[in-house]
Write a protein that binds this ligand. Structure first.
Ligand SMILES: [Zn+2]
Length: 69
């Protein structure tokens, strides 16, 4: 299913079995566990992202992603 990429804020793909998250836009590739930790750490709207995959969470967290690489 589509989710918001925590790195570039475009569409990323969450595996149906929640085994991984991948983004073609920025080459994000991590386990879902890593993704949850990453998002929880970087997004105050963590619950919004998990509750709404339709892309209505645009416009947050453009800061603080640099330190991730
Ligand atoms: Zn991305």
């Amino acid at each position: 299913m589509k989710i918001k990429c925590p790195k570039c804020s475009k569409n990323a793909e969450l595996a149906m079995d929640f085994s991984f998250v991948k983004c073609d836009n920025c080459d994000l590739d991590m386990s879902y566990g890593e993704y949850v930790k990453f998002v929880a750490h970087n997004e105050k709207t963590y619950s919004d992202i998990l509750g709404d995959y339709t892309g209505s969470t645009e416009g947050q967290s453009s800061g603080s992603l640099d330190e991730w690489d």
